[in-house]
Ligand binder design. Structure first.
Ligand code: GLP
Length: 259
């Protein structure tokens, strides 16, 4: 696991956007695995800025998002379809039909989950998977006690996850209780994984993910078993790491810009 500790959220975000752009430059038809959540908003803003400034193109790439709430149509304003359209897809040159999310409004979510898993396999699996980190250690919507070899399926959200995501909904009761999510086994088939986490409220779970035991109690800890994972943190998210000096020895922090 490569652990990169940045002084600020801004430089951590630039680092992640840079890794994505570098991958597209090397591999224009890469299959990207994309994530939602507050942390990712700045990454998409940065990618849009690079698209406008440098012309980096997503036209040959494909994307598969991690998850979607069950019960929300793609045009529901709180759906992850809407998030991705508004915060990223509408601003860059992805080709229609090459961006994928599960359908939260599918008549049979079990069938939809199997269809989505098969579509990822048919695309050759994910080349570069972008991940955020839930405060309880979830990746995608793989909540604690998820099978560490699970495939795309339906998950019941924990109350803490529903509370954390309630800010996107008009009332707490509107937050869906179920989601379709890529499984942990699906995510682990990705060639490369980049996880981004910010803030003191993530520090405890970041330390469990990197330095704790591999356990379904902290689903993100399975990333210790993947060969190509880069974890990008700001100072606050890194603050509970016991081996922080070692990570900074291997990958010295980027110096603060001169003021
Ligand atoms: C949601 C998403 C996750 C994301 C998490 C963290 O639960 N399903 O993929 O990692 O939010 O969100 P935030 O970045 O807002 O902390």
């Amino acid at each position: 696991m490569k652990v990169l500790i940045h002084q600020t959220r801004e430089t951590a975000t630039e680092c992640v956007a840079g890794l994505i752009v570098d991958r597209i430059a090397r591999d224009p038809d890469v299959v990207l695995g994309l994530a939602t959540g507050g942390t990712m908003e700045a990454v998409y803003d940065d990618l849009i800025a690079r698209y406008r400034a440098t012309g980096v193109s997503f036209a040959q790439a494909q994307s598969f998002n991690l998850d979607e709430y069950i019960g929300l149509t793609p045009d529901h304003p709180c759906s992850y379809w809407a998030y991705m359209r508004e915060k990223f897809f509408h601003h860059v040159d992805f080709m229609p039909g090459r961006t994928h999310l599960p359908r939260g409004d599918a008549a049979d979510p079990v069938v939809e989950a199997a269809r989505y898993e098969a579509a990822i396999v048919a695309a050759g699996d994910i080349g570069l998977q972008l991940l955020g980190l839930g405060a309880n250690g979830h990746i995608g919507f793989n909540e604690p006690t998820s099978s560490l070899s699970s495939l795309t399926r339906i998950k019941t959200l924990t109350q803490s996850t529903r509370d954390a995501n309630a800010r996107y909904f008009t009332s707490d009761d509107d937050v869906p209780r179920l989601a379709i999510t890529m499984g942990i086994g699906t995510i682990m088939r990705a060639q490369d994984i980049v996880l981004l986490a910010f803030g003191a409220n993530k520090s405890r779970i970041v330390a469990q993910m990197i330095e704790g035991p591999v356990s379904a109690a902290c689903p993100a800890s399975i990333l210790q078993m993947h060969r190509n994972v880069t974890v990008v943190l700001d100072e606050e998210a890194a603050s509970a790491l016991a081996l922080r000096d070692y990570y900074e020895l291997v990958h010295p922090r980027v110096a603060a810009p001169a003021s």
